[in-house]
Ligand binder design. Structure first.
Ligand SMILES: C[S@@+](CC[C@H](N)C(=O)[O-])C[C@H]1O[C@@H](n2cnc3c(N)ncnc32)[C@H](O)[C@@H]1O
Length: 218
């Protein structure tokens, strides 16, 4: 029997043609935009990893007219949705979707590097840890000096979940795929950053026990 297609999102998404609508993005895109505008470069090139439906790209690129926003996703259905959101957004500064898998040696966007920023929203906990390893290694290769990496999602802190709901979410992720799970900022992610010449720049508490975490390339 063929394998069940791999789940890439943990929510029911409405659709219109190829365009997908993420309920979690509807809730988090304004808080993310607020923090993004305060912490990330307001001009230059930004590369989004694991763009999903494409809604964050349209929302953030629309708020950052001086930024050339590139987005992508390894999943073809997500790329179809991203393409539809890009077509409808009609933004001159939004391009993609690129078929980027961060665990690959080459991402296919090397010709556009170096980037001023990389962003990955709700990706590293819904993927094997190899995706976090690949993401930070790509940040080292593709970011300019002083370029920034923006992560958003749930994180544990020093071995402790920040809320019972995050502990339950971690269990549920692991029951779907033992390689998935809420990552620990101090024990897993900051060491990975250090190995790749990135230092922690800011940690911002977000609604629903999520964090925005910003690293800077040294
Ligand atoms: C839960 S979805 C989040 C999508 C979107 N960022 C959002 O917040 O709605 C995780 C996304 O990460 C992508 N992803 C999973 N593994 C990846 C990898 N190795 N490289 C790049 N993206 C990956 C999936 O295809 C999926 O679209």
């Amino acid at each position: 029997m063929p394998d069940k297609p791999k789940e890439i999102a943990l929510e029911d998404r409405a659709s219109a043609g190829e365009k997908l609508f993420s309920p979690s993005t509807a809730r988090n895109r304004d808080p993310i935009r607020y923090v993004f505008l305060k912490t990330m470069p307001a001009s230059g090139k930004i590369l989004e990893i694991g763009g999903g439906t494409g809604e964050h790209a349209a929302h953030l690129a629309g708020a950052l007219p001086e930024v050339q926003w590139h987005t992508g996703d390894p999943d073809p259905t997500s790329r179809g949705s991203i393409a539809a959101w890009i077509a409808d957004a009609r933004l001159a500064n939004l391009s993609g979707p690129h078929a980027i898998d961060v665990t690959a040696k080459e991402w296919g966007v090397e010709k556009d590097a170096p980037f001023d920023g990389l962003v990955s929203i709700n990706m590293i906990h819904i993927a094997p840890f190899a995706a976090a390893v690949g993401l930070f290694s790509g940040a080292r290769r593709l970011l300019k000096p002083s370029g920034k990496l923006f992560l958003y999602g749930p994180f544990a802190r020093k071995g402790v979940h920040s809320a019972p709901s995050n502990a339950a979410f971690d269990e549920s992720l692991k029951s779907r795929d033992a390689r998935w799970g809420v990552r620990d900022l101090e024990h897993e992610i900051t060491p990975l950053a250090q190995k790749n010449s990135l230092t922690l720049d800011a940690v911002v508490e977000m609604p629903a026990n999520n964090l925005s975490v910003i690293f800077r390339k040294t």
